[in-house]
Every structure is written in C-alpha cells, then in structure tokens.
Design a protein around this ligand. Sequence first.
Ligand SMILES: *Cc1c(COP(=O)(O)O)cnc(C)c1O
Length: 390
Amino acid sequence: MDVGPKHAKDTLLQHLGEEQKHLGAVVPPIFQNSLFVFPDQASFTKAGADPLNNSSLYSRVGNPSLDVAEKKIAMLEGAERCKLVGSGMGAITASIMSTVESGSHVVIVDGCYGPVRDLITDYLARFGVTHTFVDGTCADDVIDATRPETTLVYLESPCSLIFRLQDVRAIAAAARERGVTTIIDNTYSTPLYQSPIEMGVDIVIHSASKYIGGHSDVIAGAICTSEKLMDRILRKEISLLGSILAPFPAWLITRGLRTLKLRLKAHEAAANEVAGWMEEQEWVGRVNHVGLRSFPQRDLYIRQMRGTGGLFSFEPAKQDQDACDTFVNSLKLFQLGVSWGGFESLVVQATVKPMHAKEARKVIRLFVGLEDPEDLMADLTQAAEIAFGS
Ligand SMILES: *Cc1c(COP(=O)(O)O)cnc(C)c1O
C-alpha cells in the first residue's frame, strides 16, 4: 500500500494513515491500551524526547487509533495537523483557551452553538475575558468590533439554527492583518463542502459527533490547524485539560470517514428536495436552507462552499406553540431529538431572536436522514394536517 500526494483526496481518505498492516488486518485494530512498553531504556528515552508528538507512549496525548483518523481529517481539511478530542465542545474549549488570557477580548458570532455562548459569556468572563457579539452577515461589522486587546474572532458559518453565513475570506484576512486569531466551527459543512484554512482561517474545529462519525453512535471533536498553533494546544490544552478521545470512538471516526462523501451527497440531495417542496406548502412561513435558490446569501454560498447537507429549519406559518408541539408529536419518521448527522431524520423546536430582529420566531429544525425523501414528505404532510389543519 503506497498512497501519497499523487493520489486524489478520495483515494487518500480510504488509505492514509493505515499503510502499515498489523497481522494483515485490512482494518486497523483498535489500540485499546493506555500505555506502551519499551524493550530497553534507550528506546524508552528516545520515545520520551518528544512525548506530545509520540502516539505510542501514553494514550492521554496520543494513540495509533487516533493517528489514523487524525491524518485523514487533516488531509481533508488541508491542515498541517489534526487532533481528536472527547467532544466537539472539547475541541472548541481547547481551541478558544489557547487564544485568550486574562484581559483578552473575543469577537463572536451571535448564532454560534449555544454552549459556546455560555463558555464565553459566563465561564471565560470569570477569568477576565471580555466579548462582543456580532451578527456576522456583514464582514465590516465583525472587523469594526475588534479592539486593540482582541485576540480571537470566533465564526460559525453557516450557524446551525437559521443558517446565516459569514464572509470567511474577508474576515480571516482582516483578522490576520490585525494579528487576531480566527477559529471557525465547520461542523455543518464538513471538510468536504468548505475549506476554511484555504480561506485564511487559523483553527478549524468539528463536532465529529455529527457527519464525520455519521451513525449517531459516537461523541468526538476535532481540532485542525498549523503545526505552530497545534504545538501550543498540545503542550497546554490537550495535555493539561485532558480531554483526548479514547481509541474506540477514534476507530469509529475512521469507519465513518470512509463513507462521508456518499452520505453527505445523499443527505444533500434529499434535503434539497424536501426543503424545496416545503417552500410551496401553505403551513410553512419560510424555509431557512442554504441549498435553496431563494437563500438570501446565495452569492456568498457559491463563493465559499461546495455543497450543503441534510440540516435546515422552517418557520411555521402559524406561530403557535400548541400547534408546533402537535406537529412534532405527530411525526412518525422524524424523531424528536438533539444533534444530527446520523442515518436518521430528526426534528427539534427552537426559538430564535437574531441580533437585529424585533421579535423572537419559532423555528422547527429538521435533519433529513438517509430515509426515502418521499416517505419523509408524506410524514411531514400527515403531521401538518393534524397540527396546522392543512
Ligand atoms: C453538536 C455541535 C457542537 C458540539 O459538539 P459535541 O460533539 O456535541 O460536543 C458544536 N458545534 C456545532 C455546530 C454542533 O452542531
């Protein structure tokens, strides 16, 4: 097995990091061990010389099962390094902590994943880190919010409730000019549909619990960045906060990665079909889906993304809580639950109030799984008849 730069990403994805076979096993085994032993003091001393970059020493800092998945994700993301941690939040917290100290200021998009908001406004505020929220749809507003003490601009594009985009290139370039680090949550797009590092972003994080794992059976996070920034994260946040991923979930991540492209394409096609159909239903007020022609930031979408996935939301025409509850209760294929990115269709309600909006709106977020889209539309139709009388 010999894969290298001459091969396409699809080929590399299947084989990178697993060139060396163990007892001929075509699938790399799970290295379910906490430590590695050495035949003599000389080899032990050698391994210990660079402990943070040695994946066969102690599994709190590295493990061969993680190596395989990390190499694949780094390659897809165009990053020098990737590190897998215990969850998407673990990846976010470690990355953010690596960019701030007491007195730092953070500019962060208002539509970010909920717990990140809490991390910034409550947890890090305790350590003297201040912040400014920005709507994010106007690059100049994001840049204007930076101050001399700003050390981080935190992006999530698209954000995962109403799917607003940020102009990633423009913001990353302006931040770099000012010496401000940028982090983006790229979970929605996966490395396949958006390449933030090519667009100048410093650190890309993923919740691998979503598409990358892909089967709703693993919680994991990934940090992708340069050798230089990763060195600090390895020495401090990975090593000290201790949130590394365990070998078995890392093995599941490798398994999920093999079919990422196929799954994502299927989610994309089905969600575009369902979302397009929903736009025409009278019980639907508005559909928030990046993949629709009517998407308000369509030009920006085309400039910085290569596709969309299975996730979108809609505002019911009837903004009535009881009717919305009846709707989700009446669905039979869409199951009520958080998260997304697996095989199964999901539904969840939320109330959103974008920064400049006058009032909050009820949205229902749908994740289109790998079921037949006709079945899913029939399910939505029967639930809408019961809930909204149409
Ligand atoms: C789920 C999610 C996270 C958090 O990931 P976990 O693996 O649940 O910790 C972060 N960002 C986005 C966009 C998510 O959907």
